[in-house]
Design a protein around this ligand. Structure first.
Ligand code: RIB
Ligand code: CA
Length: 324
């Protein structure tokens, strides 16, 4: 299969696990536009929207941008809890990717489930693979439960989720991806796999402005114009719901960190996930002072350079899809 996402020869193999979702869509485009990466697949999960919608949205985006990346359908609900769709529906709309009209994809998802796809791809790969989850961690946790042998084939997990010192965005204690499936997050955080947590402490520094969206739109070709239409919708709903200056681009920062770790300031520490309390469900609790005696398991992103992040994002979109 000829594909647009192949990257250069020694490109870093990655799998995106996501719940598109507007910012997930930009994460997919950034990864596909970056020749340092070889996107082996996109796996979908219930999070911002239903599994059916997140899968449909991933397929529509891959088709529209001619990315040639296989899409595998994942979990229809969190491990133990019911989906948390109310707030995401406000942000991302009923379809999960409201705003511009995006044609249906003539191609469907692959036969394999997300878990089967990830497990087979890891087992067959002659290189370790980086997993970049940008939704609830249900699929990743299920992979680890179903096939613990594949842990050794994971280079690292760079996930968008959590919050150390920054207030949560679904409750004041928790960020949405972790809140939606805290049991899955707990399994992943305790897996022993190297984890970088790209949480709200970093992503809330990547705030969209009308000028940024206008610069993307000015590229003038179908994919950047679609991206600008998606961002206009997302920016408007975030500003209305959170009365913030602009929408933070959470998920693409996780991809950007894989591309350039200097975009963020990180600290290695022990992090656990609250699963018992309904008040603080999904809180990512970091041993900031190193007093628990537990072995540090997560590189936590404490800060990010938002300007350099947007320079990277815009530069990649222009290089890939801007007018030649
Ligand atoms: O909290 C932000 C995260 O929740 C992002 O991944 C966004 O897409 C939503 O899934
Ligand atoms: Ca997401």
């Amino acid at each position: 299969m000829t594909s647009e996402h192949s990257g250069h020869n020694n490109a870093r193999p990655v799998i995106l696990d996501c719940d598109p979702g507007h910012d997930d869509a930009l994460a997919i485009l950034l990864a596909a536009a970056s020749p340092e990466l070889k996107v082996l697949g996109i796996t979908t999960v219930c999070g911002n929207t239903t599994l059916a919608n997140s899968t449909r949205n991933a397929l529509r985006l891959v088709n529209f941008a001619n990315l040639g990346i296989p899409v595998a359908r994942g979990a229809a609900k969190p491990l133990l809890r019911e989906p948390s769709l109310d707030v995401p529906r406000v942000i991302h709309g009923e379809s999960g990717l409201n705003g511009p009209e995006i044609p249906e994809s003539p191609r469907g998802a692959v036969e394999e489930s997300a878990v089967e796809f990830i497990v087979r791809t890891l087992r067959e790969s002659d290189r370790k693979i980086t997993l970049i989850p940008t939704g609830p961690l249900t699929n990743i946790a299920t992979v680890l439960l179903a096939a613990p042998d594949v842990k050794d084939k994971v280079e690292e997990i760079v996930l968008m989720g959590g919050a150390l010192l920054h207030a949560g965005n679904i409750t004041s204690a928790a960020e949405f991806n972790i809140y939606a499936d805290p049991e899955a997050a707990k399994i992943v955080f305790h897996s022993g796999i190297p984890i970088t947590m790209v949480g709200l402490d970093a992503t809330m520094k990547c705030v969209l402005t009308d000028d940024i969206i206008a610069e993307i739109r000015s590229m003038g070709t179908p994919v950047p114009v679609l991206a600008a239409d998606l961002l206009d919708f997302y920016n408007s709903t975030i500003k209305r719901h959170y009365s913030e200056a602009g929408g933070s681009l959470h998920d693409p920062l996780a991809v950007a960190v894989v591309l350039d770790r200097t975009l963020v300031e990180t600290r290695l520490m022990y992090v656990d996930v609250e699963t018992q309390s309904e008040l603080t469900r999904g809180e990512t609790v970091g041993d900031v002072w190193g007093i628990t005696g537990h072995h540090p398991n997560v590189e936590v992103c404490l800060d990010a350079d938002g300007d350099r992040f947007f320079e990277l994002l815009i530069g990649r979109l222009r290089a890939k899809w801007g007018r030649k």
